[in-house]
Ligand binder design. Structure first.
Ligand code: SAM
Length: 177
């Protein structure tokens, strides 16, 4: 799927900017630390530009709210389980080791509130400059991976987002023992 086709699909009402920068995608995959036996969940999967090159894993599930994008996701990521629905509900219902998300900022804010209740190992999330991750530091190691904006996306995203990595502290401890 080329950039013109992605631009036609994008709906600003849903803050649909699709991450296409190979360099930034590589940083997302590296930060996620996906292992071959991991179940991976991507929320707000858009047109599948992140999911289509996800590193090998046991299973890949992608969630997207916009019904218009579901057929595109099925075509772009044929090996994934594609679910149409609300990420805020599905993150609680599904089981996964790694969570990846680039949701609208208001949805990410709500997602951050529920993260401590969930049982994933690592999350890599795009977030606005104002999203406060400090409240998660008791439960997670929090680090900023990079920023994404402008031509990293198709169509270009006017604002700057941060890519933030969260690793559960107890998962970190058990790996290093
Ligand atoms: C900025 S786009 C990112 C798409 C893709 N992850 C990427 O980086 O190319 C955000 C996506 O989240 C979807 N979205 C918005 N609210 C959502 C929700 N509550 N649950 C699931 N997806 C949602 C939008 O339809 C849109 O496709």
């Amino acid at each position: 799927m080329n950039n013109d086709e992605l631009s036609v699909l994008a709906d600003p009402m849903f803050e649909q900017y699709f991450l296409v920068s190979p360099d930034k995608l590589a940083l997302v995959y590296e930060a996620a630390g996906i292992r071959p036996d991991d179940a991976v969940l991507e929320v707000g999967a858009g047109a599948g530009t992140v999911a289509r090159n996800m590193p090998p894993c046991k299973s890949l599930t992608v969630v997207e709210l916009d019904t218009r994008l579901i057929d595109t996701l099925r075509r772009q990521v044929p090996h994934a389980t594609v679910i149409q629905g609300d990420a805020l509900r599905l993150v609680r219902e599904l089981r996964y080791d790694v969570l990846i998300g680039n949701l609208p900022n208001v949805v990410t804010e709500a997602l951050v509130d529920v993260l401590p209740e969930l049982s994933f190992r690592t999350a890599v999330l795009a977030a606005g400059q104002r999203t406060d991750f400090d409240r998660l530091r008791e439960t997670f190691d929090v680090s900023e991976v990079t920023t994404i904006s402008g031509a990293d996306f198709t169509p270009p995203q006017p604002s700057v987002s941060r890519i933030v990595r969260l690793t559960r502290r107890d998962a970190h401890t058990s790996q290093s023992v």
